[in-house]
Design a binder for this molecule. Sequence first.
Ligand code: ZN
Length: 328
Amino acid sequence: MMEEEVVKSHVVGIDISIDSTTYAILDIRGNILAKDSFLTSDYPNVNDFVSKLTESVVLMMEENGGFMSFRSVGISAPSGNFLAGCIANAPNLPWKGVIPLAAMMRDRLGMAVAVANDAHVSALGEYSYGAAHGMENFVVISLGIGLGSCFFSRGQGHRGHLGYAGEIGHTCVIDHGRKCSCGKEGCLEAYTAAQGILRTAREVMEERPTEHSLMRSIEKLTPRLIAECCDKGDELAIEVYRRTGYILGLGLANYASTVDPQAIILTGGITKAGKWLMEPLRESFEEHVFTNLRGQIKILRSHLNDKEREVLGAGALAWVIPEYSLFK
Ligand SMILES: [Zn+2]
């Protein structure tokens, strides 16, 4: 008698970030059944990293429905390339060069594994479970250590010919401006992601040396601490976010004028600055966007928890790839 086939009702969603790697078990309804994480930087050798990740995931699978109930694995990673299944030259991760992560994981797990760019996975998370649910055309911007984006259209993230679409962070906003981590000059990321905001803070303090600011007495300034200074009415800190919002609004207006989205959804740690960022951003956006789009595009902050969005999006990614199993 033939054994009845087990319905594969679970997937694994993984988020590889610069600080930590989070892995979760999701059921078919998108419930997170289990979630855990470890420090990415503890594994400077990529083979050790993949071994640690595989072992952790298999253990979690066994505790949540058993290995045979799992359909596939989705992974979100900085510089992840869905078409190649690789992490390609991620500037901020410990592993250099091109890492064929999907193949490495698939060999160890014996099931289908997909890797995608973190911004694309964020968009999938927002589309499946968040602010973009039901939207046809929208943009997700992730604003943290870097600035990523995804233009999502008709149920899919736009990947481009080589899989690198959405690098709005490395579009030029100031000709021969600040040096960017990518090697170019004047990139939007160099002004609006974490390091850029800190640099703006130093510039503002240098330009206005006689003015009091709480920022001056903070030894290790962060975008979050600058936002806290804004909350206390610190004029120089408010100026830092005013400049950041202005230039981000300009960059997003160019983006929106090109793709005409229903909404722009902002995610990531920097957005926690709230109105200090959002008010100058909205003003600058409306000033710079194509006239017929003025007042038409919603600019929203995501309400999903950052880590949850990534594993939810990675889970959604796992559902859309073809099933494959070594164990049939
Ligand atoms: Zn750049």
